[in-house]
Write a protein that binds this ligand. Sequence first.
Ligand SMILES: C[S@@+](CC[C@H](N)C(=O)[O-])C[C@H]1O[C@@H](n2cnc3c(N)ncnc32)[C@H](O)[C@@H]1O
Length: 283
Amino acid sequence: MPDGARVLDVACGNGAVGLAMVRANKDGGPNLSITGIDSAAIDPPRFVTEHADLLRTISFRPMVKMESLPFEDDSFDVVVSQFGLEYGSPREALTEAVRVLRSHGLLTLLCLPARSAAIHAANKGLKQCKHLLRDAPLFDIAMNATQQLHQALAAGMDDGGPILAPFNTEVERIVRKLGNDECDVVFAIVLGLQKVFIDRKTASLEDQIKAIQLLRTRLAEYAARAQALTRAALTDSDLEELKRNIASVGFKLTEVKPILVGAYGTVAWRVAAERLARPALPN
Ligand SMILES: C[S@@+](CC[C@H](N)C(=O)[O-])C[C@H]1O[C@@H](n2cnc3c(N)ncnc32)[C@H](O)[C@@H]1O
């Protein structure tokens, strides 16, 4: 990219792409003018503190949807989106990308394939989350156990064994149901709950209940992220539709390439296109 090139990062999240560009160009690369938009209330310099100084050189625009960009026509030389475009409505977003790009401006996307290790892991995690949040009473049992452990402690009896028996039985039931190899998220939650039980001598009952509720909330947030990921991922036919949309809104498709990373296989589709020249205005 030439000095002064104007780059738009669509669905920039915490600014990973802009940051990579700034870091790559720090020692003598082109001086880019980078803008990042996202529909969420992003504030990368605040959340990614270790790179706050570099991130401050990027103009971040929170609460902006890719389907309705607040920029004039011809505002950018390059539009990029890393695991972003597929989260919105690709056709509308591409129509906006073509509008804000100058003639012959470039579009580069990294899209998540549905057949990928990331989606396999997300589906596996999601199955465990759903079981823990909807079907298995593990959190309720943990809550009861914590209350009983505190009562026992207050009464000078601190043999947690019998009190924790229903919890251990429930963990065994879940592992039998889901299978040992499909329980990484379950095991992480069990470890978190066990830490709560262990802390009973130093933490109040109120704080322990809050800690269990927080674990449940974190699990629900993880499930929501995994679900968004699986919904966004492109099947082979979604990729074909994306290619058709790119061509139909005014781009020339220049590259569609799988990005392979060792044992992970295809981690992304790299899709590149060039904006067709705008028709000349009548004199
Ligand atoms: C997986 S994250 C990717 C973030 C970033 N590009 C990266 O590589 O780290 C997907 C992002 O898309 C954003 N998003 C979802 N729908 C959107 C929309 N309609 N317009 C703009 N951003 C959207 C989300 O808020 C989220 O930050």
